[in-house]
Design a protein around this ligand. Structure first.
Ligand code: BES
Ligand code: MN
Ligand code: ZN
Length: 469
């Protein structure tokens, strides 16, 4: 358990130093070890009680980025905890970065070190640690509170995504969103399967109809800006388990598929962060929690199904289920009043993992201006996104002979055709739209910097930054 306090100079001293600093401690450390204050380098100097010192390298200040501060803060806490330190203080020196952004990034890194997913293991006693941050930033208290709220959203997204499929079925995901968000003033509407069918959501319903745990549809509404009616829509993929359906996945591909609702989890996490910080923005979120399973009532390969938009879909592969559910979720969101732009976020394609790995989210857009605005927000968050091209040929590949679209283009560029499929279900084709494929980035097989293994809560921060600025 971590506590962050401000401007209290107690506990072990942590010294942040750039390379080539003429600090006597750095000189000492470089004599007794090969410490040279390189970026991220740590040197722990044990002495009696709180007299111990931790030196932390910043590297060349001209090269230091916000994300380096996140990583460094994370590493500092891990190091202190490994030495059983209970309290430490650290002063952020003057950097060639915006002081408030640097402080926020440092806070964020500290808080990242505190994430633990406990389910399934016996609770080990966690070490308590207090970090005192000394800073001259005037609004430090406010900055800390804002970052803590955003990180609560990130951690919520991670927890939801990490919960295994026996612990979280579609109704549980819907109810959890309600439980967490309604007390913060977010309106949460849950539609059951009858209500979904009344609205014509045959696509999302079809994917989930084979499970005993019935399909749901969730609408989140946060109105924090009464100076305008304009709203941004966030649409998440919410497959609580993806077995592939009749196009069954092999065991190796199925084992992490409880995380196939990571997109929706990030939408929920972003709403929590926005509402807790009372951000001036109007946002609508939609997602369709369903399970893609094999049973006598499952949708089958070859089915032709309708959708809320009126367009029909040929199911050539039941494992390409995400785009089918998103068809209704994005149509619903974009046909609501005053929605002026939309982002969908989905663990959509294995092709994205092949192309970009686990560091970069794949993206497509129909509006470069909106995309550039989003990228600025994602960059500030340290969340990497790579734009993929679109073309009429890719769009044509989604056409079916027997329906308006096929859910499995079989054309190559699987991340692009999957994204373009979702775009076909915008209620207004000209609405600025960004599609994010987080198949590689929402869930990691091993830790990476300050990101833990398993769920990352990716893009909660980018969504927050986009809407809070
Ligand atoms: N949920 C998967 C995509 C996925 C794969 C996410 C690996 C995370 C890690 C998605 O529903 C899927 O199965 N996609 C298919 C599409 C294909 C059948 C056209 C895929 O990528 O193989
Ligand atoms: Mn699938
Ligand atoms: Zn899936």
């Amino acid at each position: 358990m971590l506590t962050v306090k401000l401007n209290q100079d107690t506990g072990l001293k942590v010294h942040l130093r750039p390379t080539n600093s003429d600090c006597s401690m750095v000189k000492f450390a470089s004599e007794v070890s090969d410490f040279s204050a390189k970026k991220g380098e740590l040197f722990f100097w044990p002495k009696e009680n709180s007299e111990s010192v931790l030196l932390a390298g910043l590297g060349e200040l001209s090269e230091l980025k916000l994300d380096d501060l996140r990583t460094l803060a994370f590493k500092i806490v891990k190091e202190l905890v490994s030495h059983k330190v209970k309290e430490a203080s650290v002063k952020l020196p003057e950097l060639e970065l915006d002081a408030e952004q640097a402080l926020a990034a440092f806070f964020e890194g500290l808080i990242h070190s505190d994430y633990k997913f406990n389910k399934g293991t016996k609770d080990k006693k966690e070490q308590e640690i207090t970090i005192n941050v000394e800073t001259e930033v005037a609004d430090a208290e406010k900055v800390l509170e804002e970052v803590q709220n955003v990180m609560e959203g990130v951690f919520l997204a991670r927890d939801l995504t990490n919960l295994t499929s026996n612990e979280m079925h579609p109704a549980d995901l819907a109810n959890c969103a309600k439980e967490k968000l309604e007390p913060l003033g977010v309106k949460v509407t849950i539609l059951n399967e009858e209500e979904m069918l009344e609205k014509g959501m045959e696509a999302a319903y079809s994917v989930g109809k084979g499970s005993s745990f019935r399909p749901q549809f969730v609408v989140l509404e946060y109105n924090g800006d009464d100076s305008t009616k304009e709203r941004t829509a966030l649409v998440g993929k919410a497959i609580c388990y993806d077995s592939g359906g009749y196009s069954l996945k092999p065991t190796s591909g199925m084992i992490t598929m409880q995380a196939d609702m990571g997109g929706a989890a990030s939408v929920i996490g972003a709403f929590l962060a926005l509402a807790k910080n009372k951000v001036k923005a109007n946002v609508i979120g939609t997602f369709a929690p369903v399970e893609n399973l094999v049973s006598g009532t499952s949708y089958r390969v070859g089915d032709i199904i309708g959708s809320m938009s009126g367009q029909t879909i040929e199911v050539e592969n039941t494992d390409a289920e995400g785009r089918v559910t998103l068809a209704d979720a994005i149509y619903y969101a974009t046909s609501q009043d005053n929605v002026t732009r939309v982002i969908d976020i989905a663990t959509l394609t294995g092709a994205c993992v092949s192309a970009l790995g686990t560091e970069f989210t794949g993206a497509i857009t129909n509006n470069q201006e909106f995309y550039d605005e989003f990228i600025e927000a994602a960059d500030l968050a340290g969340e990497k996104v790579w734009q993929l091209p679109i073309s009429d040929d890719f769009k044509k590949a989604n056409k079916s002979k027997v329906a308006d679209f096929t859910n499995s283009a079989g054309f190559g560029g699987g991340t692009i055709t999957a994204g373009l499929f979702v775009g076909e279900f915008l209620a207004d084709k000209d609405l600025p739209w960004i599609h994010l494929d987080v198949a590689g980035t929402a869930y990691l097989g091993k830790p990476c910097g300050y990101l833990p293994e398993r769920a990352t809560g990716v893009h909660v921060k980018a969504f927050y930054n986009l809407l809070a600025k």
